[in-house]
Design a binder for this molecule. Sequence first.
Ligand code: FAD
Ligand code: NAP
Length: 533
Amino acid sequence: MTNKEFDHDVVVIGAGLSGLYAVYRLRSQGLSVHGFESAEGVGGTWYHNRYPGARCDVESIDYSYSFDDDLQQEWTWSERFATQSEILSYLEHVADRFDLRTHYDFLTRVTSTVYDEDTARWTISTDTGVTTRARFVIMATGVLSATNRPDIPGRDLFEGENYHTGEWPHHEVVFAGKRVGVIGTGSSGIQSIPVIAETAKQVVVFQRSPNYSIPAGNRPLTEEMVADVKANYAERRRLSRESGGGTPNAPYPKGAMEVDEAERKRVYDEWWHRGGYLFAKAFPDQTISREANDTAREYVEAKIREIVKDPAVADLLIPTDHPIGTKRIVTDSGYFETFNRDNVTLVNLRATPIEEITPGGVRTADQEYPLDMLVYATGFDAMTGSLSRIDIRGRAGRTMVEEWSAGPRTYLGLAVNGFPNMFFVTGAGSPSVLANMVLGAEQHIDWIAACIAHVDGHNAATIEAEREAVDSWVAECNAKAASTLFPTANSWYMGANIEGKPRVFMPYIGGFGNYGKICAEVAEAGYKGFAIS
Ligand code: FAD
Ligand code: NAP
């Protein structure tokens, strides 16, 4: 076993957009920083999710770093919603521009992080045998990075090509002439199915739950648009930081039930044309009041019926199990139109569940579908999966899995009682996936950097969230969620997609701007709710 017997001030786990910024920010504070990344390169989500059609659903000009004005002025996005490859190129550019790769061990998975109370150090062990010690650990492991490949009987028997959207291979995948099965109709399935259908001989879509999806309205960005954004970037970022969702978009100033039908339709038309998941926020009461939600739901249902020619297929594509917006609305490019193609078949797994995967395809309750390729678009063990796959042990050897057995328990999403000097980026208990995650990561890491400077400035060794602070933050998160319709959906926000996972609404839903203010107030009050010793 190799043992790097030197200490780092900080170890950062993950080289996605959070980890990269953490390395940059903490290094610039004079700290020694080392990173571990299980992949071969940087990019995180955008390294792993190379499936056809993968794009951001927050506009590229917002879904990008704000920390360096030269970077944001010099980089030019080509489309409103950039492709995976463009976003990956951007993150590679950032890594090179700020010399961040040299701090990382790539192809190195962290297997455990163990806290030693006597020395106030974390020992970080990896699957390559490298072990290192650090004063602080930053878990930038991603909330949508631990893939979920459901244990369907016969899963490992399939003899054709077999892929998961979140672990897409680097070689070109050719669909032409092939019979392709896609399991899953969340964002990854809905983005990839239209592209696969363009060339595949046949596509069989195995749908368990239909999802709401709104056309992206994607388009190239013109020089004028880019110049306008760049001239006003500072103001755009300020508005984003104060907003509910980390972008400059704000909902209509009145509730859906406060306006008459004509005004409501006008607003929905406008938001439909803006495109994408923002439709969930056309009216401020849309995910709070069932009555308001029904108006949005009916509007989108009518659109789906307009697009899909076969009424029976349209029926199957319309969700009936959750209020619109309580699962992330998908931002698509031609999804519903795809079901008008002759080479696309929709299989309703609610009526005819998958019984087994066979060597030659998928067998449902009523027939076998012969396939050359199977694509799992079955999502992630979201929010907590990348953490529970690491053996994290805090004070007295208590594991994070034990600590979170009833659901994640954090203070501000940033820290956990019993796990001193360990910080979490954009995870459970923070706005996380409910807001633009680039600005979310910057806000978290700036806060963490200032916190470490505070600890060092007071010659202290440790900072730890107090149990009472965790209890009251968890209660606050639960109360905020309970005041919305979100807990009524079987979503991955609730842990409902993974068998045996506790049913808790995991992100903080009180708004990105409000959350930022709360974090700033805690810091200004001398890190209220944290014990510094
Ligand atoms: P990640 O990008 O997930 O990076 C985490 C890294 O940690 C990974 O590279 C992983 O390999 C590594 N890692 C994990 N565990 C270990 C370990 N034990 N040892 C070593 N390395 C480890 N959010 C938005 O706001 N807007 C969008 O448009 C958007 N689009 C998305 C599209 C897709 C397809 C997906 C899956 C997610 C999307 N998200 C979007 C959410 C997205 O995950 C975040 O925006 C962001 O990329 C997260 O960055 P991160 O660095 O925190 O985590
Ligand atoms: P997801 O939303 O969890 O969707 C997974 C799909 O697989 C669901 O349709 C699910 O059905 C189905 N599924 C899971 N297990 C199954 C089983 N055993 N049998 C049949 N079907 C099964 O995952 P995702 O699509 O990867 O998206 C996750 C999140 O990542 C998104 O919500 C979004 O935040 C982010 N993302 C964003 C974009 C983007 O547009 N920028 C693209 C991709 C992902 P049930 O619903 O019935 O469980």
